[in-house]
Design a protein around this ligand. Structure first.
Ligand code: ATP
Ligand code: MN
Ligand code: MN
Length: 300
């Protein structure tokens, strides 16, 4: 019997030849090697954050499930942090700090990596704010792209610089790196305020409520990624969707030329890394900024 195991980043990958994606053809071994090579870029945004892993142990054709708690047989490279949940009890969550941790997750069948907006040493102080643009199916990518560009301007007016990422699915995420001064309350209020401001000023284009019925022909500005325990797809994560697209950071200046949220393959993502993407430094979400958004809303 041929030996179907291979070692990547020090992790033994079992069934390395198992087909995870048909087209482009990607095996479990291919995925492990992709994640090992992208790890230095990816770790900048995922190290030390509680994760939610989307596992597809049998590949795209089989079952899939999200997992945030460590499971039976998880390798030690997948580290564990105890987190108090709303029931008061502490529960173990998975996080990684190195390529071996990322590859160990792939060994467990992980295709997608989703991250919290806070790091394990200060779980109540978010350090990234995410706006996730979710278009109704009828809309074109050009509509989503323009929404992200408009939000960039609005945030800049409020004194905040941001960067952008193609989700690899249908949308664009706009991310604001934060200094860890505000708690989830302020971050969530701000995110909701901005989404509501956009929806109220241009109701034909945007909606700030999740309901699919209200989305008809519009873009849902998903501000709900900004809660304790909520996650968003990690930069450079492969998506478990046809074609194995990657959630890929893009420069604001290149976004206008991009025609789909699934523009980049694993090969393209490895070539790009962070090149062309200008991530601003962490910024302060001052107590007054929520009021500034409310004032603009009141002035509509
Ligand atoms: P798309 O561009 O297709 O919207 P997306 O990654 O933004 O891609 P969403 O459906 O908008 O996908 O979901 C946003 C995020 O919410 C996901 O990336 C994920 O982190 C989180 N999420 C959604 N559903 C679940 C779930 N069942 N369990 C854990 N996290 C989830
Ligand atoms: Mn989305
Ligand atoms: Mn969403």
């Amino acid at each position: 019997m041929p030996d179907d195991s291979e070692t990547v980043a020090g992790i033994a990958i079992s069934s390395a030849g198992r087909v995870i994606f048909d087209d482009p053809p990607l095996t479990k071994g291919d995925l492990a090697r992709y994640y090992d090579r992208i790890a230095p870029a990816m770790l900048e945004e995922i190290a030390d954050r509680p994760l939610s892993l989307l596992r597809l142990p049998e590949g795209m054709a089989g079952e899939r499930f999200f997992q945030k708690h460590p499971g039976k047989g998880f390798p030690a490279s997948l580290k564990v942090v105890e987190i108090a949940e709303s029931d008061g009890a502490r529960h173990p969550y998975v996080y990684v700090t190195d390529a071996a941790g990322i590859v160990a997750a792939v060994q467990m069948g992980t295709v997608e990596f989703h991250v919290w907006g806070a790091c394990r040493d200060k779980l109540d102080r978010p350090d990234r704010l995410v706006f996730d643009f979710d278009p109704d199916e009828a809309l074109s990518f050009a509509d989503v792209r323009q929404a992200a560009l408009d939000l960039r301007v609005l945030l800049a007016d409020l004194g905040l610089a941001s960067w952008a990422m193609l989700s690899g699915g249908k949308g664009v995420h706009v991310i604001v790196p934060l200094k860890r001064t505000a708690g989830w309350d302020r971050v969530k209020l701000f995110a909701r305020g901005v989404a509501t401001l956009m929806a109220q000023s241009q109701p034909a284009r945007f909606v700030a409520e999740m309901s699919k019925a209200k989305r008809k022909g519009r873009i849902f500005i998903d501000w709900l990624r900004n809660e304790r325990g909520a996650t968003a797809i990690a930069p450079f994560s492969v998506r478990a969707r046809p074609g194995a697209p990657v959630a890929c950071p893009v420069g604001w200046d290149e976004l206008p030329e991009i025609t789909t949220a699934a523009a980049f393959s694993t090969v393209a993502a490895l070539e790009r890394g962070w090149s062309g993407v200008d991530r601003p430094p962490p910024q302060t979400l001052s107590p007054g900024i929520v009021d500034a958004v409310e004032a603009r809303r009141a002035a509509l």
